[in-house]
Design a protein around this ligand. Structure first.
Ligand code: ADP
Ligand code: ZN
Ligand code: ZN
Length: 736
């Protein structure tokens, strides 16, 4: 297709991706369309109504017929030309995502675009974000003997940092900023160097070496695995790379696993680069804010984009660097809808754009570790902590030889007591919310099962409810056993609420703070908790995996781990890897300040290699053991997997459909050396009133898997099943 051709009058057709669960595109008539409209939103008639989609192609009518005869094609309603079109490389990214994860393109695009940008009738505002500096009267105010105020504190910080973005000051203290502006203490100033750094510490020798290894590769594709123990200062290395990237006129994309981690990092990044435009993107943002951040990135005005997995889809015209922090984290993989892995897409994106990518972790995924061992990625290691001299001492505590009091060993209790006396913080890690995992009747054996799932209802005493953690079903707590009437029904096992209670009885003088998803339901609650911990307003924290990630608590010196064994022998082949990562991460919270740290893990299997490697901080050894097992069992990274999952009111329906799908696969699989296993009911059979089954596909490589899936999924869309049946493909599933 040439532009000259399109400039002529005559019939034109556009090909549109619509947000529908159908693996196809739709053609419309748009005689005024030109190649400049590629990547634009468009409103089109659809059925009896209208839909908004994205223009992904302009078929050349000379060589290609539209999907309907020209005179039957419906004309578009309007092409949105006020907003900038999405660029070609972005279209390639969503197209790759759709093909690799076997998902309709229109739905991928609908997920990747903020809702407001998806509507062809609204343009996101492009609010200015001026750089502010201290005015002459602000200077004077700082010199005078005034009563301390928040506005004064704000401009003092401004004086220290130098020119700072309006948005950053507003995020820091909105009221103080308004006050300072009213008094004329701040004024807009001309742009200063966005790469200017404030308050950066001198790098350690190790950090400098890491930086030196990566810097020469700016400007070309190269994946790095930055394997650095917890507290080794990986973030500092990222920030220097970001500075260099901005100084060269590039944009940096930093991915973090969780919304919960964004405020801390955002503060750190914005504080370090006062003149840079930092935007953060995550699903917790209001639509307007998210659209605005997106447009700022797309127009090249943002220097740094910081966000959760979704931000991999941000258009970045000047992209110069990608960082994936905590690259091992399972939340980079989306578990519903488009089941993509943001880490894997980030690698693709870096190659597409010819930029380096840094995957950072203290406990890399075995996939990335293997890639580094075999030379596909370059490994850069940080083996020492940046500030604290040593890593925490890690000890498995053999609970077979100890009398437990409410699940707590004497060792652990003594360690807690010692911390209380020294006024240091402790964390007890128990990855189970609620009071007790199940309510049961000792006389007849009744247990609180969820009526909709193959799961027990968890006892939440604080909220006086029974709750299913899988489907959310919730009910009151029965006074007596529903089956036999026995009034002495009890909670069995231990969750965080019960642990909180037990510790409160044992250490009545201690301030105990529970940190789980029930206690930190909103971002605000979570920030309040972090602040409380930071100020030292808690002595003992009782936390779930929320506490395992990325946080820095200088007074925390002891971590006790309960109930770790339950993941040792789980059926999922990734469970031990997860457990190791989680324990290493949670242990890494201890002793990050000046004080030395200690970690105790209560276990029935103190000799298990997992605990032994943990005690020696030997990630490499553990990775080698695990990789050997995976090689023997032909699990990833030595094979590529996909799951075909189906669910229906009854499992028999799902199994029958999967068997038919398996028949379709037979000839295709033989041709491409792919193995298709028999369908099986899922371990957790029922979820939210539906019964589930799955079928595993195993290939020797990702390309072989892709080739097979492309052919197979085209047929699956036409495979009939009962109306209530739903199915999806999960490529590179997180669990099998
Ligand atoms: P990681 O992400 O590797 O766990 P961080 O980047 O959070 O580690 O760094 C751990 C702590 O060490 C932070 O408090 C950080 O401010 C501090 N730190 C990192 N590098 C340096 C340095 N070169 N000099 C002084 N402090 C540092
Ligand atoms: Zn009973
Ligand atoms: Zn349920």
């Amino acid at each position: 297709m040439t532009i000259a051709n399109n400039a002529e009058a005559g019939p034109r057709v556009i090909r549109v991706a619509l947000p529908l669960p159908l693996p196809r595109l739709f053609d419309y008539r748009a005689d005024d369309a030109s190649p400049a409209d590629l990547g634009r939103c468009v409103r089109v008639p659809f059925g009896k109504g209208e839909k908004t989609g994205l223009i992904v192609a302009l078929p050349d009518l000379a060589s290609e017929a539209p999907d309907y005869p020209l005179d039957k094609l419906k004309p578009v309603i309007a092409i949105q030309r006020e907003a900038p079109a999405l660029p070609h490389d972005w279209l390639q990214l969503v197209d790759f995502t759709a093909r690799y994860y076997q998902h309709p393109l229109g739905e991928v695009i609908a997920m990747a675009l903020p809702p407001r940008l998806r509507k062809a009738d609204a343009v996101a505002g492009t609010e200015a974000d001026p750089l502010l500096t201290l005015s002459a009267s602000g200077q004077a105010a700082l010199g005078e003997a005034r009563r301390e105020s928040r506005a004064l504190a704000l401009i003092r910080q401004l004086q220290h940092d130098g020119p700072t973005r309006h948005s950053q000051l507003q995020a820091r203290d909105k009221t103080a900023l308004a006050d300072a502006r009213k008094r004329g203490w701040v004024e807009a100033c001309a742009a200063s160097d966005p790469a200017a750094m404030a308050g950066a510490p001198a790098l350690t020798a190790e950090q400098q070496d890491a930086l030196n290894a990566i810097l020469p590769q700016l400007g070309q594709y190269q994946p790095f695995l930055l394997a650095g123990v917890t507290g080794s200062g990986k973030t500092e290395v990222y920030l220097r790379l970001v500075r260099e990237t901005i100084a060269r006129g590039g944009q940096a994309l930093i991915l973090v696993p969780e919304i919960a981690l964004t405020p801390q990092l955002e503060g750190r990044v914005a504080g370090r680069f006062p003149a840079a435009r930092v935007v953060s993107l995550h699903s917790g943002l209001a639509d307007g804010a998210r659209s605005q951040a997106y447009v700022q990135a797309q127009e090249g005005r943002a220097d740094i984009v910081l966000g959760t997995r979704l931000s991999i889809f941000t258009p970045l015209p000047r992209l110069g660097l990608i960082v994936v922090d905590e690259e091992h984290d399972p939340s980079y993989k989306q578990h519903e809808g488009v089941r993509y892995s943001a880490r894997d897409l980030a690698i693709w994106r870096a190659r597409q754009r010819g930029v380096p990518i840094v995957l950072g972790s203290a406990t890399p995924s075995l996939e990335s570790w293997h890639a580094a061992e075999t030379g596909r990625y370059r490994k850069v290691e940080l083996v020492h902590r940046a500030v604290a001299a040593t890593l925490p001492k890690v000890k498995p505590v053999d609970v077979r030889r100890e009398h437990l009091q409410n699940g707590l060993s004497e060792h652990l209790l003594r360690a807690l007591q010692a911390r209380l006396e020294r006024q240091e913080q402790s964390l007890i890690f128990l990855n189970r919310r609620g009071y007790a995992p199940v309510l049961s009747c000792p006389s007849c054996g009744w247990v609180s099962r969820c009526p909709h799932c193959t799961a027990n209802m968890v006892l939440h005493l604080a909220e006086r409810r029974l709750r299913c953690h899988h489907c959310g079903h919730d009910s009151h707590i029965p006074i007596a056993c529903p089956d036999c009437g026995n009034q002495d029904i009890q909670g069995f096992g231990r969750g965080t609420q019960r642990l909180e209670e037990t510790l409160g009885e044992r250490f009545p003088e201690a301030r105990i703070l529970r940190v789980d998803r029930d206690a930190a339901r909103t971002r605000r609650q979570w920030e309040a908790i972090l602040e409380q911990i930071g100020k030292g307003e808690a002595d003992i924290l009782v936390g779930t995996q929320m506490m395992a990630k990325g946080h820095d608590f200088p007074r925390l010196t002891f971590v006790g781990v309960l109930n770790a064994d339950s993941s040792l022998f789980a059926a999922d082949f990734r469970a031990p890897e997860r457990l190791f990562q989680q324990l290493m991460q949670v242990g890494g919270r201890a002793g990050r300040g000046e004080l030395p740290g200690e970690v105790m893990i209560q276990t029935h299997y103190p000799e298990h290699p997992l605990y032994q490697c943990l005690a020696r901080h030997d990630f490499a050894r553990y990775a080698a053991i695990q990789l050997d097992e995976r090689r023997t069992a032909r699990f990833p990274p030595f094979a590529a997997n996909a799951l075909l999952c189906a669910h229906a009111p009854e499992v028999a329906m799902a199994l029958e459909w999967l068997r038919a799908a398996r028949e379709l696969a037979r000839p295709l699989a033989e041709a491409s050396g792919v193995q298709v296993f028999d369908p099986v009911p899922m371990r957790m059979l029922r979820l939210a009133r539906r019964e589930r089954a799955q079928l595993l596909v195993e290939a020797t490589s990702r390309p072989a898997l892709q080739q097979f899936l492309n052919a197979w999924s085209a047929q699956l869309w036409h495979l009939r099943g009962p109306r209530e049946l739903r199915w999806h493909l999960d490529v590179d599933p997180a669990e099998v």
